[in-house]
Design a binder for this molecule. Sequence first.
Ligand code: 9RB
Ligand code: ZN
Length: 371
Amino acid sequence: MTTGLVWEERLMWHDTGMYFGPADVSPWIEPIQPPENADGKRRIKNLLDRSGLTKKLSVLSCSPASNEDVRRVHTAKYLDEVQELSDTGGGNLGLIGSTRVGNKGIDIALLAAGGAISATKAVLAGKVDNAYALIRPPGHHARPNEAMGFCIFANAAVAGLYALDMGGLDRIAFVDWDVHHGNGTQEIFWEDPRALTISLHQENCFPPASGSTSEIGAARGIGSNINIPLPPGCGEAAYLAAFDQVVLPALEAFKPQLIIVPCGFDAGFHDPLGRMMLTSHSFRLLAARIKAASQSICDGKIVMTHEGGYSPHSVPFHCLAVLEELSGVQTDVMDPYLQPLLNKTDKLLPHQADAVSRAEDVLKEDILSEK
Ligand code: 9RB
Ligand code: ZN
């Protein structure tokens, strides 16, 4: 059993500058790196290395996604727009300017999408059982024609369309547990019956007005999009209920041949851009459930793409826990936050149970009945 890890130094050179969207140059407040920066990812890789886990994984190299690979998702006009910005020194793109393209930055964004493809190729070829692409910039908000929320190219969707169009698969599923809505993936596969897209997210967080349960896909893709918006404050109990009542039954019904997890850690208790309460133990349980389901559904084939997650203190431990589950290798590392925070009384509160039930009703009434 092997797990692939995509890691490429050059991805850490994706330059996100010192300003965050409209929090532009100000006479009042000292500039600071935006939440999505290289330091946070390097801290993850450092912990994987220090723990001894990296040596037990198969480190996969990556090459830039080709024009053909990216064009399965994005419009030619959008690619030209990113190219132009990249060629002229870089700048901000998309909704409220929240996505930075650096000077010559398109090359790094293409390399990140290529990293998701490398992970997918290795899994489909059976070179590894599953794979984690520790890539940046992230991808799940990127739309066919617009950058959004730190995302330039839709890495996970690019990998998914590669698996369908080049890897010969007929059905894939996405389970996005980043705390923000996976709007880009949803939109890209909106009318595509070959992809089940599921997103668990904090209700009304980001993007604005996106990710309600009523969004179920259209045309031939109707019934293949599931949103599970959860109220702020949800912890492990709510996520496990959502998995057991909605995510896993949906996967079992859809029978994907590959499961792609846009994997964010910003539903963690420490995150500055989310208000959820997951610990490394919670992420471990989510990964274990996906892995167990994948074994019976698709021979264990899972590709995870790194998305958000901005606490430099705790995200490394969350990612290590997920990689321990994917690989089946337990390291000696103790998450220092776990003992003080592991809330053994984490209970499903009534309003959280209601939110899960609403998504479950949609699954039963609108999703499963369409199939
Ligand atoms: C708004 C701003 C955001 C908010 C959230 C993300 C999340 C990304 C992620 C990105 C940009 C600013 C609404 C700045 O982790 N996705 O998974 N931008 N937020 N200014 N204003 C008005
Ligand atoms: Zn996020």
